[in-house]
Design a protein around this ligand. Structure first.
Ligand code: ATP
Ligand code: MG
Length: 417
């Protein structure tokens, strides 16, 4: 679990604001859910035999003896909240949320125990058009963040639960003959979650899978049509993708469309955004049948990407614009008033008013460290004369002395350069 320190928060805010802007422009509405839910909610939605439920959840008993879990993902809670407050019945919804998720995994680069996701969930739309919209909007987001040429899209259709069941049987029958050659995780999954074997990282297992039955041969007609219409929409929108017949995702609730946005710039932890359709989940959790599709992206990985690829824009920092010094007791009140005047007149600027006294030299050192472009100098002489000194800190330019009433104008001029 990481602390996010002041020098890192600007890039977080930048990513969050960019996502907010993009989602807002498509009419997605934010929902905020609690970070804990009843343990049962996750067991029933994510699935008992998934990695998350089997070994990654932070589960505890509260004072009433109820079993609660720190949310490992947002979809289950979002469905619970939307259903509980009647947001789903007879309506369509485009929702999103942001916040921390918790999984007890082995920490490594791009994988943490508290991490942050932005999730998007759409309800009540059954066609491939909304699947395509989700992919188009993520493509727009990569564009906005400068990541478009560093991400690629993989899509697949995993069909209905009925067609998956038939495929599962065929896959298990095939793999059972190779049981002893499979990696140990895959051996275990053979009886619990065999589809997950398809994305095993073991080269030996992958070699065995080369001749395994293919999921797309077992797809039902409806899923097949849905998938080909989705591909046509992506082609029309000029979104590049590859169909990865091995892409299955690890959670039980997915069906039909699944997708991942992957980057090669982060090593093994390359999936930055992942999702799919989960038409059965709302009903499975006790609601009226409501189709749904969504995705979640990992903010740590996106930020790691921006930093690794040196794509954080120069303006994304904590730098102040103006640092107001106050030399001597008589200047303190004047400096604070000047700071207030500037914040009113130029609200986009970051104005730091010096506090804590000290010599001219130490105040100028602080001004320099603040990143400010200009230091305003207010000493006893200036207070007496009703003037202010303007000292450019990043350019070879002389200090100006201006009447207090002209500071805003003079400052605007200086900062324009
Ligand atoms: P992975 O295959 O990398 O384990 P996942 O299938 O468990 O991912 P999802 O549950 O679909 O991932 O979560 C969506 C996204 O959230 C991932 O693509 C990733 O960007 C991010 N994510 C998932 N787990 C973590 C984690 N432990 N630390 C940081 N980010 C994570
Ligand atoms: Mg995982």
């Amino acid at each position: 679990m990481n602390d996010i320190l002041p020098e890192q928060t600007p890039v977080w805010q930048y990513v969050e604001q960019t996502v907010r802007q993009v989602l807002g422009s498509y009419g997605y509405q934010e929902i905020r859910m609690p970070v804990v839910e009843q343990t049962d909610l996750f067991k029933r939605s994510i699935g008992e035999v998934t990695d998350i439920v089997e070994k990654e959840m932070y589960t505890f008993e509260d004072r009433n003896g109820d079993s609660l879990t720190l949310r490992p993902e947002g979809t289950a809670g979002c469905v619970r909240a939307a259903e509980e407050h009647g947001l789903l019945f007879n309506q369509t919804r485009r929702l999103w949320y942001i916040g921390p998720m918790f999984r007890h995994e082995r920490p490594q680069k791009g994988r943490y125990r508290q991490f942050h996701q932005i999730g998007v969930e759409c309800f009540g739309m059954d066609g491939p058009d909304i699947d395509a919209e989700l992919l188009v909007l993520t493509a727009r987001l990569w564009q906005a963040l400068g990541l478009a040429s560093h991400t690629r899209l993989e899509i697949n259709s995993i069909g209905t639960s009925e067609s998956r069941k038939q495929y599962r049987e065929a896959l298990v029958a095939y793999l059972s003959d190779y049981h002893d050659q499979l990696d140990s995780d895959s051996q275990r999954r053979l009886s619990t979650n065999p589809l997950r074997i398809l994305d095993s990282k073991s080269a030996e297992t992958q070699a065995i899978l080369a001749d395994a039955p293919r999921l797309d041969d077992y797809l039902d007609d409806e899923s097949r049509v849905h998938f080909s219409r989705l591909r046509a929409l992506l082609d029309a929108a000029r979104i590049e993708y590859t169909v990865n017949p091995r892409l299955v995702r690890g959670l039980d609730y997915y069906g039909k469309t699944v997708f991942e946005w992957i980057t090669d710039s982060l090593g093994a932890q390359g999936t930055v955004c992942a999702g799919g359709r989960y038409d059965g989940l709302v009903e499975q959790l006790g609601g009226k049948p409501t189709v749904a599709v969504g995705f979640a992206m990992g903010l740590e990985r996106l930020i790691l990407m921006l930093e690794t690829l040196d794509l954080v824009p120069a303006h994304v920092n904590n730098d102040a614009d103006v640092y107001v010094t106050a030399l001597g007791d008589s200047a303190v009140a004047a400096a604070q008033q000047l700071g207030e005047q500037l914040r009113t007149a130029l609200p986009a600027l970051t104005v730091i008013t010096h506090c804590g006294g000290g010599s001219f030299k130490s105040q100028m050192k602080k001004a320099d460290r603040s990143g400010a472009q200009v230091a305003l100098i207010l000493g006893e002489n200036e207070v007496q004369a009703g003037t202010v000194g303007l000292k450019p800190l990043r350019a070879e330019a002389a200090q100006l002395e201006v009447p207090q009433s002209n500071v805003v104008e003079a400052l605007t001029k200086l900062l324009d350069h």
